[in-house]
Structures are given as structure tokens and as C-alpha cells.
Design a protein. Structure first.
Length: 711
């Protein structure tokens, strides 16, 4: 650890106000008159983190004044993302009803059904099958499960009641401060809500320490904990891949594991955070690292023990809930478990710093089709032959039985005929998973490029090896079968306690050091992860075009170009945001060169393949009539008030610029990696000089592009 930063850092504003050293203040509306509530109720909100993550609803004015002091407010963003008051409340009420149904229906099946009579009599009546008197003589184990379920249900009811009043308060904020009604909410993008929120801050001064809120301030508050988790995974402080007996290395990040991580690190009793926005002072002192690590290790161990004690009850609940959830789905779509999904580990790995949930979801949804095609390329010829023949035999029997049932419906009454038909149908659908599409073209490298154009990240070990089974196996950990996801969730109550006690516990010193070394205090925001500042000077990587701009050591550098790619992504999604001086130089260089290279390749005749995605190649810059070099080079791309361009076209233009910039960064990094050391140093020095003279950067990189084409 020698030579690394161990000092807790505070970022100050230009103001000399001594009150800036105070933590974020609470509502100051308890003594105001009702006539002042319309404006004063939104002044100096205590917990802006939760306020910015779910803005919800209002009660009557007098009750709100007394309630808000003792209750935190949920987040604006989640309120918008979940479509407002009615949808959120309806979802939570149905979750309560669903819980009651699962518990009562399962109890009914266990206690009140005589299965011996049901299966051994041909036409049993309900009176002979159902025995409700067994409820009076239930076993102690069943009684214990019901009592625990009832207590858990009461806790959830209490939380929903409290949440109801919070939702009322935030709905009022949307209506009175943001001027957004419930009917308008679903038609507005988050960028629209964020813009109004920044304007409202100037009037209501929700944050006492800053006159204005920036887009980065809002994202810091929404994603404070997620940025920490993302940075910890990026620096391997928290590992998401483990070596399991018999199955080898597997990614494992279930909902239960994430819940435990957040409880241990952020909000649970004894966690490093004093509240939502402040790290405990003792974690800032290097002298406390060993005592704190020892205490954190003990805490993780006892939480693991608690998970182990509760694992039987959690396991039973997960089994029942999964069965009732997927049983009908499998009947309706037999290939449900054969489909793929982005794993929780994949969503964490591909996520940018300060990227909201809906943004990462949109990117990964666009990458789903090329990812599926890539995985379908790797089909075993041996399994394909077996599957074709099994499908042939099963299909023949299935066809004959189907014809018989059409000719005479009494065939279905024969013993096990219906079961055989259903089993054969599932078998046939399963066989087709192993049979490749005859129109598939073997081009794994191109498909992986299409995937990267949306995911924006690729491990170094995958480069140039897309055709290997090793990369395919690694990619399957971020793009897993639905069956694997369900299996991991089922095993989570059993596996999670062991991972906490025998793996995470030994990472306690690394966690303590991480919080000390990578936490900064931002005025008006509180403590945030320094990686989330997207500071290329502190956390940049020289391999990702920041030569001469970064002072980061290997320990301080973000892996996989996370800082650089996140900075470009955030600046494009928030064109009015003003980054630091180094960040501005870096972004302008990337934009100019990405656009220039795209235009050069377009003029040289490099056009998109018919089967390629439109934003993959540089020729796609001319795919839209309103796109040109001036448009792409402008920080805001297109004036928001332009009548000739629709919001949808603006979004498409920004997405095109983002994907092109990301691919340009990957391509240039690959070029530098393939060049001899002397040539790489020349390009690096050229890049550094270009940043000091932005006007010439496009020319230099255009020459490099032409040289690369000649080669």
C-alpha cells in the first residue's frame, strides 16, 4: 500500500460559506404558515439521495409538515421509472396479496388434501379428498413456518403503509414543484424530469449548500451505492466469480447476495456509512484500518451465520415462488429455460459509472440479438446429430397421437396419453435448441464487435479470440441461460452464507482500504466514490488515450477503460454538463477523431454490411439525412429547439455518436497495442499534443487512419 493515496479528500466549491461544512439539512417547514408551504416545503430537503431516487406523493399540507421531519422520502428516479403513484402502490399491494396466496395455497395443499384418495380413486369427490380438520393438528414445523411468514408479512404491510405516505409527498412535489401530472409522467423521458429538477433547485433551494444542481450531482445521489459496488467489482475488491467444486469457475451474483452486500456495506447496523451520504469518520483514518477490518470481518461472519440459520425458510419460499411463477410459463412456452438473459454479473460488468438503470437496460436490450446469434454459433456437431434424430422419433410419435386425438377425443382418456403428448412436445422443443440454423454465417468476430458496440466493454483476454470456446464459455457467464439464472436463485440461500463466511470475510481489509482511498466529499452531495467523478487525471488509464493527462498509479486506474468510457457516455447523454478541464480535452479529442475517422472511411467506400447494425461502422454517419460533421462535433449535437429534428432523431443521433465513439476508442487502443513500442509512443505523444491543439487532432488521426488502411 506504500505510495498509494490514503488521505480522505474533500472537494470544495468556490463559496466561502461556513455552513458548507455541515451535512445536508432537513426540511425547515415546521414553523411556517400554510401559505408558505407551497414553496417552503421543498426547501433544504434532508435526504436528497432517497428524494432523488423515488420522488412520490403528498398528504394534506398540515400533516405533511409534521410527517416529513421523521420520515425519509423515496426517490424521484424510481418514481418516474415505475410510472408513478398508482402503479407503484398497485404493484406493492399485489406483492402482499401474492405472498398471502403462496403461503395459504401451499398450506392448503400440504394439510387439506388427501392424496391417497385423489390418485387411487377414479372419480373422487371433493368431500372425499379435502379434510380441513387437519388444520387443527398441524405439525410444529409447519406452524413455525406459518408464524415466521405472518411476522414477515406484517413487516411488509408496515413498510407499505409508511411508503404510502411517502409516495403521497413525492406526488405533490411532481405536481406542485415540477408541474408534472400523473397523466404526463409516462410520456416524459427522464431527461425532461431531470431538466425540470435542476430548474426547481434554483427556486426552492432543496439543497442548502449549492445554488444549482448539476446532472452529475443528481446521478451521484441516485447511484451513490451502485457506483461503489461497480468500482469495487472493477478493482476486484469484491469478486463476483468463484471456483465451485465440480463445476469450476462460475459467476455468482444473485439477488440475495446483492441484498447482503448492500446491507453489509451501506445501510445495515454497523456498516461503514453513518447515513445515506456520509462515511463514518473512523474509516478515513489510516491508523484504524486493521481494527476496522477485524470488526468488519466479524460482522460479515455473523451475517453469514444469520443467513445460514434462515436459509431453510428462505429456500422453501424461493422454491414455492419459483414454481408458481414459472410453471405456467413453461407450459405456455416450453423453451423458456432455453432462452438467455443478461446475468446480474454481466449487468454490473457492462455498466458505466453514473449510468441509470433504464440506460443500461436499453443498451443491453439492443445487444441481445447479436449476443444470441453469437452464442448460437457454438453448437456441437455431435449434439446436433443426436438432437435431429431424437426430434425425428419424438415428432413421429407426437404426430400419430395428435391425429388419434383429432379422430377420437376419447383417446385422451387413455392412461398417460396426455402426459406422453406433453412430454414429447417438451422434448421436441428441447432438441431444437441443439440444432443450428442452416442460414447461420460463421463470423464470430463481427458478431462480437456488434455486441461491443452496445455493451461498450470487452475483457482484454477476449480480443481476437471470439472464435474460441474459451471466450464463448466466459461470455456465457454474462449472458446465461434462464435455467441457470433460476438455478442460481434457488441455490442462493444455501450458497450465500458460505461465500460470506469463507470468501468475503477475508476481503475486509481491502474493503476498508477502498473506502478510505476512493471516497471524496463533494459539497452539497456528500461522500461519493472517487471513480464516479470520472476524473481521467486521477483514475485514467494510459492505454485508453489519456497519456499525459493522468497521474494515476496502477492501483488507482480503473480497469477496462471504465473511467474513459464512462466519461464519454455521460457527456453524450448529458450534453449541457461541464466536465473538468482534462475531461473536456479528452472528450473533444475523442469526438473529433471518431467523427473524422467515420467520414474518412465513408468517403473511402467502407459501407455497412446489410446484416450489420446501422451504428457499427463509420459509413452509418450518413444514414440519417440530418447527420453531418458539424452536427456530430457539436456538444449538444442538435439544438433542442430545432423544429426540423424530432426528439427521437436527436436520441438516435446521440446514440450513434456514443456507439461510434466507443468503437473508435476500442479500435485505437487495439492499434496501439499492435504497434511496436516506439510507434506506440509516437502515437501517444501525438495524441497528447493534439489535446493541446484540438484543431489539428482530426488531421493527424485522419492521416493515421489512411496509413492503417494502406497497411
Amino acid at each position: 500500500m506504500a505510495g498509494f493515496r490514503t488521505q480522505y479528500t474533500r472537494l470544495n466549491s468556490n463559496s466561502d460559506d461556513p455552513e458548507e461544512d455541515l451535512p445536508p439539512q432537513g426540511f425547515d417547514i415546521g414553523t411556517r404558515g400554510v401559505e408558505e408551504v407551497e414553496k417552503g416545503r421543498w426547501n433544504h430537503i434532508e435526504n436528497l439521495d432517497e428524494f432523488f431516487i423515488r420522488i412520490s406523493f403528498i398528504l394534506n399540507k398540515q400533516f405533511a409538515c409534521t410527517l416529513v421531519k421523521s420520515l425519509t422520502i423515496y426517490h424521484i428516479y424510481e418514481y418516474h421509472r415505475n410510472n408513478g403513484f398508482v402503479c407503484i402502490l398497485l404493484k406493492e399491494v399485489f406483492e402482499l396479496i401474492q405472498f398471502v396466496f403462496v403461503v395459504l395455497f401451499t398450506s392448503f395443499l400440504v394439510l387439506c388434501v388427501d392424496y391417497n384418495t385423489l390418485f387411487n380413486h377414479k372419480q373422487p369427490s371433493f368431500s372425499n379428498v379435502l379434510y380441513f380438520h387437519k388444520i387443527e393438528h398441524m405439525e410444529p414445523a409447519i406452524m413455525a413456518c406459518l408464524v415466521i411468514a405472518f411476522i414477515f408479512w406484517l413487516i411488509r404491510v408496515a413498510r407499505i403503509v409508511i411508503h404510502f405516505f411517502k409516495l403521497l409527498e413525492i406526488r405533490a412535489f411532481y405536481k406542485d414543484a415540477l408541474r408534472i401530472s400523473e397523466s404526463e409522467l409516462t410520456n416524459l423521458q427522464w431527461q425532461d424530469v431531470q431538466k425540470r429538477l435542476i430548474e426547481v433547485q434554483k427556486v426552492h433551494q432543496m439543497c442548502v449548500h449549492k445554488e444549482e444542481l448539476s446532472e452529475l450531482d443528481i446521478h451521484h445521489r441516485i447511484l451513490r451505492w451502485k457506483n461503489y459496488l461497480l468500482a469495487m467489482q472493477n478493482k476486484s475488491v469484491i469478486s463476483c466469480t468463484y471456483n465451485f467444486p465440480f463445476v469450476g469457475e462460475r459467476a455468482f451474483l444473485t439477488e440475495g447476495m446483492k441484498y447482503n452486500l448492500k446491507m453489509i456495506l451501506f445501510w445495515g447496523p454497523g456498516s461503514p456509512f453513518q447515513n445515506n451520504w456520509k462515511l463514518r469518520d473512523e474509516f478515513r483514518n489510516p491508523a484504524n484500518r486493521f481494527p476496522l477490518a477485524s470488526r468488519l470481518a466479524r460482522r460479515i461472519f455473523w451475517i453469514g451465520i444469520a443467513n445460514f440459520v434462515l436459509s431453510p425458510f428462505i429456500f422453501i419460499w424461493v422454491i414455492l415462488y419459483s414454481f408458481f411463477t414459472y410453471a405456467e410459463m413453461v407450459k405456455r412456452e416450453p423453451d423458456t429455460f432455453g432462452a438467455r438473459r443478461w446475468s446480474s454479473y454481466g449487468k454490473l460488468f457492462f455498466r458505466h459509472f453514473n449510468e441509470l438503470d433504464h440506460e443500461i437496460q436499453t443498451r443491453l436490450s439492443k445487444a441481445y440479438e447479436p449476443a444470441s446469434k453469437y452464442m448460437n454459433l457454438f453448437v456441437s456437431p455431435f449434439m446436433a446429430i443426436i438432437a435431429k434424430n431424437m426430434a425425428f422419433f419424438a415428432g413421429a410419435i407426437f404426430a400419430i397421437l395428435t391425429i388419434f386425438t383429432v379422430l377420437d377425443k376419447d383417446v385422451l382418456l387413455a392412461e398417460h396419453v396426455l402426459t406422453v403428448i406433453a412430454t414429447l412436445g417438451l422434448l421436441i422443443r428441447g432438441c431444437y435448441v441443439f440444432i443450428p440454423d442452416e442460414n447461420t454465417v460463421w463470423d464470430p468476430e463481427q458478431l462480437l464487435k456488434q455486441i461491443v458496440s452496445h455493451t461498450h466493454y470487452i475483457p482484454d483476454s477476449w480480443r481476437g479470440k471470439a472464435h474460441t470456446s474459451e471466450v464463448r464459455q466466459k461470455f456465457s457467464q454474462v449472458f446465461q441461460y434462464k435455467a441457470e439464472y433460476v438455478l442460481q436463485e434457488l441455490l442462493s440461500p444455501i450458497v450465500t452464507p458460505f461465500l460470506l463466511c469463507f470468501h468475503l470475510r477475508y476481503k475486509s481489509l481491502d474493503i476498508v482500504d477502498f473506502f478510505r482511498n476512493f471516497t471524496v466529499d463533494v459539497v452539497g452531495v456528500g461522500d461519493v466514490c472517487s471513480f464516479a467523478q470520472m476524473d481521467v487525471k486521477r483514475h485514467g488509464n494510459p492505454e485508453w488515450l489519456t497519456q499525459g493527462l493522468t497521474e494515476a498509479t496502477q492501483y488507482e486506474q480503473a480497469e477496462h477503460g471504465k473511467t474513459e468510457l464512462s466519461l464519454v457516455q455521460f457527456s453524450i447523454r448529458n450534453p449541457t454538463w461541464k466536465p473538468s478541464e482534462q475531461g473536456t480535452q479528452f472528450i473533444s479529442t475523442i469526438r473529433e477523431n471518431a467523427v473524422q475517422e467515420g467520414l474518412n472511411l465513408s468517403c473511402s467506400g467502407v459501407m455497412s454490411d446489410a446484416n450489420s447494425l446501422p451504428d457499427l461502422r463509420s459509413g452509418s454517419f450518413q444514414a440519417l439525412p440530418y447527420m453531418n460533421s458539424m452536427t456530430l462535433s457539436d456538444p449538444s449535437l442538435i439544438p433542442l429547439g430545432s423544429a426540423a429534428v424530432t426528439p427521437k432523431q436527436q436520441a438516435q443521433a446521440r446514440e450513434m455518436l456514443m456507439n461510434s465513439s466507443m468503437m473508435y476508442m476500442h479500435q485505437l487502443r487495439d492499434r496501439q497495442a499492435d504497434q511496436p513500442p516506439g510507434e506506440a509512443a509516437r502515437v501517444a505523444s501525438l495524441t497528447s499534443a493534439d489535446r493541446q491543439q484540438p484543431g489539428t487532432s482530426g488531421q493527424h488521426f485522419a492521416e493515421d487512419s489512411k496509413t492503417e488502411q494502406i497497411r
